[in-house]
Write a new protein. Sequence first.
Length: 271
Amino acid sequence: MRAVFILVVMKSNCPIGVFDSGVGGTSIWKEIHRLLPYEHSIYLADSKYAPYGNKSHDKIVQLSIKNTEKLIDLGAKIIVVACNTATTNAISTLRASYDIPFIGIEPAIKPAALQTQSGKIGILATRGTLSSALFTQTSETFAKDIEVVEVVGEGLVPLIENGELDSPEMNVLLSEYMKPMIEAQVDHLVLGCSHYPYLIPKLREILPEHVKIIDSGAAVARQTKFLLEKNGILRSETTAPELKFYSNSDVSTLKLLLNEYQEASIEYLDF
Ligand code: DGL
């Protein structure tokens, strides 16, 4: 009995593992850290292989397995797949293959479809997400009676990976991608990629004021808390957590996006 108790305490002190194709999943990690400020965390930015959005389903599954195994090696107690493209293509394989709880991220079509007044919503996501079976299924379930304007955010992830949140090239692409949304008079824009919350200030300048921009970060954080509680592995200590970030490419954009977290360690790691 005592041994089981010690094991649970040890496990609850292990980190939350988070991975994304690159730096974008830090937008999700920030929501998790806001809600669970005492949890240790390890974040993997698979920037060497970004973007995932144009890769084949099989390649996305293979990369997701690689990241999962690294997080398990590093001692993660739960894994957040902070990437819509990886979730929509790989999460069922991951859940079937590993005995660790997973939380995925999917475009927030459901709340947008429930709240729309105009009956028209926009979704900006990668090709890999929009073409996935899971996305099609979610869309058919929750948005069958409304008009959904789908736009592939081609080229956005590489620019964000490069730290270009406000470059002339970024501005041109965003204006182009928002055009069909504005013309269709959508009243909600769903951000279906964890890199895109970093574009909200720019999108706000382009879109009419009444258009609501929705992302899934806060919902993922709530689900992470729920699953930690359900599995009895929420960290009980209230000392400062270890926040570790690894990239298998240049770490400068990761440093830029995590500037306000001076306590975080941000390093290169080959994985
Ligand atoms: N952050 C990933 C997502 O949420 C970006 C995908 C990519 O690398 O193309 O889909």
